[in-house]
Design a protein around this ligand. Sequence first.
Ligand SMILES: [Zn+2]
Length: 337
Amino acid sequence: MNRRLFLRSVAAISALGAAEFAPWQAMSAFAEEISDFVRGPAIKDYPLRQISKHVWIIFTPDAFPTPENQGMMSNVTFVNTSQGIVVVDTGASVQIGEMSIRQLERSLKKPVIAIINTHYHGDHWLGNHAYVDRYGNSLPIYAHPGTIQAIKGIQGSLWLTLIEKATNQASLGTRIVPPNTPLEHGAVLKFGDVTLRIHHYGTVHTPFDLCVEVVQDGVTLVGDIAMDRRIANMDDGSYLGTFKAYDTLVKKTGTRIWLPAHGEPGEHVLKWNRELFEGIYRPCEQAVKNGLPLEEAKALVLKDPRVASRAKETRGFEANIGKYVSIAYLEAEAAGF
Ligand SMILES: [Zn+2]
């Protein structure tokens, strides 16, 4: 089978899957068969960095998937416990998963004992494939029940295809491995010397985001509910939900370092993101109150000092700000009723 024929078959299977079966099952069986001879190349090693006593990341400087970065666009996090490694968000491909396993087996010299996927966007779970290949299908992969459903449904095949296209097929061979263990707000997971507390505060970046508090370290892994100098995908998110979640997380956790999946960890990640979002949402709210149309709301947002001061350093700003203003405007309209 040549590559073109392969891609046409994927599209056909995908369409069939959506109508008749759980798409991930059809895709998985098919992808497994062909992955031996149609597979993207291995990805280069990215350095491993220690954030706190138990938390390590493979940091990525890139914000979006490209053929050059082969989909390496989000940080992979390892929590190093006395029982083994807990991986939070596994990256956008089997190749990224394999690179992460190479790194952790070389440096931390412990097996992976669990995975947590913070939400259903593909750069946070498509790497799961590599871990079940290495550690077996009984490896617990935790996520919010809504995330599990989304990955087993249309979001799973959508993200697989999206990353393949964006990387010019560098991620080929990646199989959809949905999380297998539901995890909800308030759960406490103990792994030897480390306690993880799970937080979920309704719709923030998606309806099902989980944050993982590493209690002993004062570090909270926020997934995509906050980013550092990158604009977030808010298609399924909520600005008001974001403000509420930040307030609650600050109150309920003893966090010193906020660790986002995109950008640098630090003390001020929530603050930076909140000001950007306030600068987008509040002018829209005002525009709706004053009966101004969307175009005028957009002009107000671009003039807002909280937005203007961040526009240049925020990756994805130009391409996305128009869309995010309309999402904020619609949310403000809905909140007005
Ligand atoms: Zn995301």
